[in-house]
Design a protein around this ligand. Structure first.
Ligand SMILES: Nc1ncnc2c1ncn2[C@@H]1O[C@H](COP(=O)(O)OP(=O)(O)O)[C@@H](O)[C@H]1O
Ligand SMILES: Cc1cn([C@H]2C[C@H](O)[C@@H](COP(=O)(O)OP(=O)(O)O)O2)c(=O)[nH]c1=O
Length: 212
């Protein structure tokens, strides 16, 4: 069976993940590579339904229910979209994946509580699909907030969380990057144009694929 490449983009809101996703798709397609772009929560029809509940549902879920719902969406997305594309030898690039659950639910909501991290890591292990490469886009929170205000999309449950939540979440991403230095590459996502940020990421992917 052909083996594809599974790449994820991570980071706080407004750091430029969606922008990089589109630029990466174009850059890799122009090199003749077969690319699928997708996002979480969502990415499959059923998971997109769950996204509405997670981001815009009127009633807050308990922490266990919130984590299980993110993983219900993720299992459907992996089963119906990500695994079939990887099995067909494609490059799959996903805007957010399990590192976001660890950072937002594990660190942002639960401040790194061991039982919460354990539940997330157990669900991830059972899922059986880990990213091959992860790009963690980093920009100061003030810069990201200005970009979000300029973007003007409707704000979801997580964007409305207080600054202490965001600080814990960003600390979570930094901790994950320290724990997984071979998989997670930290990318400076401010003070440079989207195209300049993109060229750093494309270079890294091409080196991984041993392309010139
Ligand atoms: N390197 C960059 N410099 C300045 N603005 C950027 C950069 N990358 C993205 N943006 C802008 O910032 C806003 C948020 O970017 P977006 O890709 O939607 O972030 P995310 O998906 O991480 O929330 C968008 O309006 C986008 O055009
Ligand atoms: C995948 C995932 C996302 N999230 C949050 C992070 C984001 O605030 C939100 C997804 O919103 P989205 O608009 O896709 O991201 P962004 O604002 O970065 O462009 O869901 C979690 O809390 N846990 C998760 O497992």
């Amino acid at each position: 069976m052909a083996k594809g490449l599974f790449i994820t983009l991570e980071g706080g809101e407004g750091v430029g993940k969606s922008t990089q996703l589109r630029l990466l798709q174009a850059a890799l397609l122009s090199r003749g590579l077969d690319v699928v772009i997708t996002r979480e929560p969502g990415g499959s029809p059923g998971a997109e339904d769950l996204r509405q509940v997670l981001l815009f549902g009127k009633n807050p879920l308990s922490w266990r229910a919130e984590i299980l719902t993110h993983f219900a969406a993720r299992y459907d997305h992996v089963d119906q979209v990500i695994n079939p594309a990887l099995d067909a030898g494609k490059i799959v690039i996903c805007d957010r994946f399990t590192d976001s659950t660890l950072a937002y639910q594990g660190y942002g909501r639960a401040d790194g509580r061991p039982d919460v991290l354990r539940l997330i890591n157990t669900l991830q292990k059972e899922l059986g699909r880990d990213p091959d490469m992860t790009f963690l886009l980093e920009a100061p929170r003030d810069v990201a907030r200005l970009r979000l205000a300029a973007r003007g999309a409707p704000t979801d449950r997580y964007e409305q969380s207080d600054e202490a939540f965001h600080a814990r979440m960003l600390h979570g991403f930094a901790t994950l990057a320290e724990q997984h230095p071979h998989r997670i590459r930290r990318i400076v996502a401010h003070g440079a144009s989207p195209e300049e940020v993109n060229s750093v990421i494309v270079k890294d992917i091409c080196a991984h694929l041993q392309l010139g």
